[in-house]
Design a protein around this ligand. Structure first.
Ligand code: KIV
Length: 320
């Protein structure tokens, strides 16, 4: 997307059709949302991961709707011309369709978000339908869903077995049928994620879901190496790759005081923008995610997946 132009749903769908990868990053505050917008990112997610990387909780579950609104408002102030997705935190949509719509409306009215995301498959399809009927774009989230990770044995890579692949593709189709505007897949090998992306008409983006989906999401604090507790296999820190460029940028300016006072381009914000530009460039050129950032699948396990009725159906769909 051109800098200064805000993505819309029609363009997102066109990118899916033409195979132009969508670039997506999380942000929870004004300065880093600004850096992402400057870097030409297509979309920002104000994720409930902000509860961990920004607010310091040990999981995403304690984050409240009120806190999410504050984070989303800050991100919006920093990135006025970027498509922003608000992440519905645990407790904001489970009880009823009405609750889900009320909280989705808060993201749009109070924080000027362009869409919301919610975790879950069939169990949330009536929520997705209700949000879509209220005129708000709803993005689904399947695979590893952190809010309910404990109910399927913790943070595990998904879609490596026939049962997991078939249930994920069935849930994905149910969300599309319910009116989801897009889908996020988390933590699975490229091959099953690619099958799901090719089976759906809506854009299917991935975080740790390999190279065959329609776009990539990463957590800002992983891209910048700004979170000490944990970094998953799929997350790439871009700072080492741009540090020489940052040093050259500083070296080109004899008067560093002026660069700091008048242009404010002598510190972390510039380094963040360079790292984010690198991420955007690598996603658009197909360099990210390389194999080392994708979850592998054993050839024998892949053969089992390839025998799935959904795999055959996908092959038929793509050849017509
Ligand atoms: O909250 C978030 O950032 C997310 C990603 C982990 C997908 O939902």
């Amino acid at each position: 997307m051109k800098r200064g132009h805000k993505l819309n749903l029609l363009e997102l769908n066109r990118m899916k059709r033409t195979g132009e990868p969508v670039t997506w990053i999380t942000a929870y505050d004004a300065p880093l949302a600004h850096a992402a917008e400057q870097a030409g990112i297509d979309m920002i997610l104000v994720g409930d991961s902000g509860g961990m990387v920004q607010l310091g909780h040990k999981s995403t579950n304690p984050v409240t709707m009120d806190e999410m609104i504050v984070l989303a408002q800050s991100a919006r102030r920093g990135a006025p011309a970027t498509f922003i997705v608000g992440d519905m935190p645990q407790g904001s949509f489970e009880v009823s369709d009405e609750d889900a719509v009320r909280n989705a409306v808060r993201f749009v009215k109070d924080a000027a978000c362009d869409a919301v995301k919610l975790e879950g498959g069939r169990r949330v399809s009536s929520r997705v339908r209700a949000i879509a009927d209220a005129g708000i774009l709803a993005i689904g989230h399947l695979g590893l869903t952190p809010q309910s990770a404990t109910s399927f044995g913790g943070y595990r890579v998904q879609c490596k077995t026939l049962e997991s692949f078939e249930s994920t593709i069935e849930e994905s189709l149910a969300l599309e049928e319910a009116g989801a505007a897009g889908l996020l897949l988390e933590a699975m090998p490229s091959e099953p994620a690619g099958q799901i992306a090719r089976s759906l008409r809506i854009p299917v983006l991935g975080i740790g879901a390999g190279s065959q989906v329609d776009g990539q999401l990463l957590i800002m604090h992983d891209v910048l190496g700004f979170y000490a507790d944990f970094r998953p296999l799929f997350a790439k820190c871009y700072v080492p790759q741009v540090i020489d460029r940052f040093r050259d940028h500083l070296a080109r300016h004899a008067d560093l005081r002026r660069l700091g006072r008048e242009e404010r381009a002598d510190g972390l914000l510039t380094l963040a923008r360079l790292a984010l530009e690198e991420y955007v460039g690598e996603v658009r050129s197909g360099l990210f995610p390389g194999e080392e950032y994708c979850y592998p699948i054993e050839p024998g396990d892949l053969e089992i997946l390839e025998r799935s009725k959904y795999w055959v159906k996908t092959r038929e769909l793509t050849s017509t």
